[in-house]
Design a protein around this ligand. Structure first.
Ligand code: ADP
Length: 473
């Protein structure tokens, strides 16, 4: 059954259901017709019995032995009664029509006969409906048997059966044909969807399946497939953009290394000049290494292979480490560095290295984008259910239209400036990915020319209810 198409399977179901319905209907109708025909025959028999009763009552004074002759003469002539037998209460025959002479009936016992008995019998190759009943005529009990030939009824039943056998297969064929056509019509949109789906590849991911407006399951199927295509398309575009941006970002430092080396080799130089050229090459090589490392992190994040190792930790430890590292760098840049890390513990469930990386990204940015004289403040506190870390600077700030975009990959407000400072626009994208994996959020509040505040919200460990944080996916 499985190798058959849905259309053929549906047609077979139509066929089977119609066949069953026809069998039940045909047999039922035949039985009802048969019962009705027998009822009509019974009414005719009862009419004849009543007629006979009246005839016998009119001759109540005639002795039983003359009654047979009387019936032969009068009753038979008047009513041409061919199938009649009358006996008295002791079973002695009073009258028997010729047919019953030739095809005698079995005798009926008066004691068992308290009401009329009907039976179907074949007599002389003919079907008969017979009534046997006790008849009380002025105190004389007669046992009367009257027959009704059933050939007309049987003929009607045979005709009905014949018609049924002729029409049923025709109806069955017709119904199966209609079923085949209907299922074909119902499944036609599926074929159309499959045909369109087959033409969609990586080159035309923007194509969509035909929009159905049938409001049924097929419309839901095509809508769902179209939504899925939309998601695949945007994922595909993201990857294509990412690859293009990554190649572009990688080309710049490599081109710089190439130019630097070429210029250094163009003519012979003194040691100091070579050293300077090599130092430039080293800076660009470092930048390239960092960029490749960031690209790898994001690629692994996309493929889901960059698994973090979660365990309970005190966030104060990485925060204090970072504070001591970045305060030295800040003082080298003539920036003021303040930390407010006075909490006893900041328990979170997380990956320590990944969270260190987030703090480093935020502090690195704060130092990069804060000109002297400026101030960078690192603070952390625990509130109900979550731990908040803030990195505040008095730097250049970010315009509100850029604030949503800075978490996108490769987005930099001032591309040239960021590149000069060693940024490829990937730091905040990585930070956001890590924070989201911790079921936390990262927000920015900034005013151009005044400074920025980046805030991390992480669910505190053992917090009974984890609040839904703004910006959490
Ligand atoms: P980058 O490595 O270029 O700094 P990020 O993803 O870390 O990339 O940041 C994206 C952009 O957001 C930066 O290029 C910069 O324009 C802006 N930005 C980030 N942090 C700050 C900040 N503290 N002050 C001003 N601008 C910032």
């Amino acid at each position: 059954m499985k190798w058959l198409s849905i259309r053929l399977r549906l047609t077979l179901w139509y066929f089977a259901i119609f066949l069953l319905a026809e069998l039940i209907f045909g047999a039922g109708m035949w039985l009802i017709l048969r019962e009705n025909l027998f009822d009509i025959a019974d009414i005719a028999l009862e009419g004849q019995a009543a007629d006979l009763q009246r005839f016998l009552e009119a001759r109540k004074d005639i002795p039983a032995r003359q009654l047979g002759a009387e019936i032969s003469e009068d009753y038979k002539i008047e009513r041409s009664e061919d199938y009649l037998q009358i006996s008295d209460d002791s079973g002695n025959l009073i009258y028997r029509s010729r047919f019953f002479e030739e095809h005698p009936l079995s005798s009926l016992n008066l004691h068992e006969l308290d009401r009329p008995v009907y039976e179907n019998r074949r007599l002389g190759h003919q079907p008969f409906r017979l009534i046997g009943e006790p008849m009380d005529v002025n105190g004389h009990i007669y046992i009367v048997r009257i027959g009704h030939p059933l050939h007309e009824e049987i003929e009607t039943l045979d005709d009905f059966r014949r018609y049924l056998l002729w029409f049923a297969p025709l109806l069955l064929l017709g119904a199966s044909g209609v079923g085949y056509w209907l299922s074909g019509r119902a499944l036609a949109p599926v074929d159309a969807l499959a045909r369109t789906a087959r033409t969609i590849s990586g080159h035309n991911l923007s194509s969509r399946l035909e929009q159905l407006h049938s409001g049924d399951e097929l419309q839901r199927l095509s809508d769902t497939l179209n939504e899925m295509l939309g998601r695949i398309e945007s994922a595909f575009l993201r990857i294509t953009e990412f690859t293009a941006d990554a190649s572009h970002e990688l080309r710049t430092p490599i081109a710089l290394i190439h130019i630097e080396a070429e210029l250094a080799l163009r003519k012979s130089r003194d040691e100091a000049e070579y050293r300077e050229a090599l130092r430039h090459i080293l800076v660009e090589a470092d930048r390239t290494t960092r960029l490749i490392e960031e690209l790898l992190t994001l690629a692994r994040a996309d493929s889901g292979s960059e698994a973090l190792k979660f365990h309970s930790l005190d966030l104060l430890i990485p925060l204090r480490d970072s504070a001591s590292k970045w305060s030295q760098l800040a003082s080298k840049q003539n920036l003021q560095f303040i930390d407010h890390l006075d909490a006893q513990h900041l328990p979170v469930m997380g990956d320590e290295d990944a969270l260190r990386r987030v703090i480093d990204i935020l502090l690195d940015n704060a130092l990069k984008y804060t000109p002297t004289p400026g101030k960078v403040t690192l603070s952390a506190k625990q509130a109900t259910g979550f731990v908040t870390v803030s990195v505040e600077d008095t730097g250049i700030g970010i315009a509100s239209q850029d604030q949503v975009k800075i978490f996108e990959r490769f987005y930099r407000v001032d591309k040239a400036r960021s590149r000069e400072l060693g940024g490829a626009g990937l730091g905040l994208a990585i930070a956001q990915w890590i924070v989201h994996l911790h079921k936390g959020s990262i927000t920015v509040n900034s005013q151009p020319g005044k400074g920025s505040v980046f805030q991390l919200h992480l669910p505190a460990e053992n917090s009974q209810e984890l609040p839904k944080l703004a910006g959490t996916p």
